[in-house]
Design a protein around this ligand. Structure first.
Ligand code: HEM
Length: 434
């Protein structure tokens, strides 16, 4: 692939712990839903809802995305992330932080939320400066490079806002109008941080992994431009609130995100599904089905987001959050992991031996049926969860939780299975830097 410099990628010991912990967080979120049933997803901002939400947003998505950025930034942007040993500290602090945050929010314990703020704040403070230094120092001017940089800026903003709001749960005061802050936090987190990264990375990996046609440059820049506009307007509205007055502020926060919603849930899936359909290799790896399912869910996410902004009915907010996080983002991330983990393990452990001894193909490291089982569990969790939210049916919600727990466990097992594979001959088990 054009412009990739794989030799700068960090060792597997930096990346894989983030992926395994991410998968286990998804299993924990499933466990929480299975235990609480429909009570877990009846009202936004209820204690269990907040706990389950952050097990997915921070536990699964943020850990996996942080772990993936360590190799992605040097490989795609050509500049290694400095002080790479700090990544182990980041892993421990963010991992402990999310555990404490979930325990604190779910049980309304101010002391645990306060401790979580320290862990998460320090963890992100150790991750962002080196990652941003490498990303902004790189001369790359591709839409993928700009998307990664914008995602990092959004991460800084969503965490800052999250910490400010967490003070309200840690015995201090809430920073202002709760709904306005939550909406801006969600726009920065779901659309800015998760959305920009998914979009930017898809432009790199979809053509590389599936020999799909590259999305034309003007379409990539249009999606990115709409994304930046829609993610920027809600926080701008909040910042200018003292001058705008309440009606204008509410409009900026609620409707300002529309360009980003259109970019993520209509334009990006449209052009990406088209590029996958027109791919050169017709028999694609089964992980492409994750992309197809995740991208096909996107218009439903957009529909739920519109209903959430025009109706007072809480189930639309919950459906929007659930479909966006578990149906769209987690589905695409799950698919990427099914391809990226075998790729990284093969690259670090086996590719240096090419020509010296027989080595397995990348696909041989992960049998296709593992990916299909993961997909079945994940799709089942999304479908049943949506039914549970719409009908309030307790059994459906518990079933969705059990399937989500199964999804997380099967993903963790898949990562460990691939990570345990090493070249057969003793001579090949030399330290290959992994
Ligand atoms: C250090 C990181 C974070 C902290 C400390 C944090 C904290 C919080 C807090 C305290 C709330 C509740 C606000 C209230 O009670 O009114 C909240 C809500 C929320 N956060 Fe975060 N957050 C963080 C990261 C994220 C990220 C990265 C995302 C998304 C990608 C996210 C998505 C959400 C969502 C969707 C809600 C609303 C949940 C609901 O409707 O029940 N958060 N966050």
């Amino acid at each position: 692939m054009r412009g990739l410099s794989l030799d700068q990628a960090p060792p597997l010991s930096v990346v894989l712990p983030f992926f395994v912990a991410g998968a286990l967080s998804a299993a924990a979120a499933g466990g929480l839903l299975a235990a609480d049933g429909s009570a877990a997803l009846t009202m936004p901002l209820a204690p269990t809802t907040l706990g389950a939400t952050h097990l997915i947003t921070i536990g699964l998505l943020m850990l996996v995305m942080m772990g993936a950025l360590y190799p992605m930034i040097p490989v795609v942007l050509g500049v290694p992330v400095p002080w790479i040993r700090l990544s182990h500290g980041v892993f421990v602090m963010v991992g402990a932080g999310v555990g404490l945050l979930v325990a604190g929010l779910t049980n309304s314990r101010a002391d645990l939320v306060a401790a979580a703020m320290v862990g998460l704040g320090l963890g992100v403070a150790c991750f962002l400066p080196p990652a941003a230094w490498a990303a902004f120092r790189s001369p790359a001017k591709t839409p993928t490079a700009w998307g990664i940089r914008f995602a990092l800026l959004s991460l800084a903003a969503v965490v800052l806002l999250g910490l400010l709001m967490a003070r309200g749960h840690a015995g201090s005061v809430f920073p202002g109008d709760r709904w306005l802050f939550v909406r801006v936090h969600v726009a920065l987190g779901v659309l800015g941080w998760i959305g920009s990264l998914i979009v930017a990375v898809s432009w790199q990996v979809v053509p590389m992994f599936y020999l799909a046609k590259e999305v034309p440059g003007w379409q990539r820049y249009s999606v990115l431009g709409a994304l930046v506009l829609g993610v920027g307007l809600p926080p701008l509205g909040l910042l200018l609130a003292p001058w705008l007055g309440s009606a204008l502020t509410e409009a900026a926060v609620t409707y300002g995100a529309s360009p980003a919603l259109f970019a993520l849930f209509v334009a990006h899936p449209w052009v990406t599904l088209k590029s996958i359909r027109d791919r050169r290799r017709k028999r694609a790896h089964p992980s492409v089905l994750f992309f197809r399912c995740g991208l096909a869910t996107a218009p439903l996410v957009g529909g739920a987001a519109i209903l959430a902004s025009i109706s007072d009915e809480p189930r639309w907010d919950l459906l929007y959050g659930f479909l966006a996080l578990v149906g769209w983002a987690a589905m695409i991330v799950h698919g990427m992991l099914s391809r990226i983990v075998p790729f990284l393990v093969w690259f670090h452990r086996f590719s240096p031996l090419a020509g010296l001894q027989p080595i397995p193909s990348m696909n041989a490291l992960l049998p296709a049926r593992w990916t299909r089982v993961g997909l079945g569990l994940h799709a089942g969790a999304v479908g049943l969860g949506a039914v549970g939210i719409l009908t309030g049916h307790d059994f459906a919600m518990r079933g969705a939780g059990a399937l989500l727990a199964g999804t997380g466990l099967s993903l963790a097992a898949m990562i460990v299975h691939v990570a345990l594979q090493r070249p057969a001959s003793p001579a090949a088990n030399l330290d290959l830097g992994s």
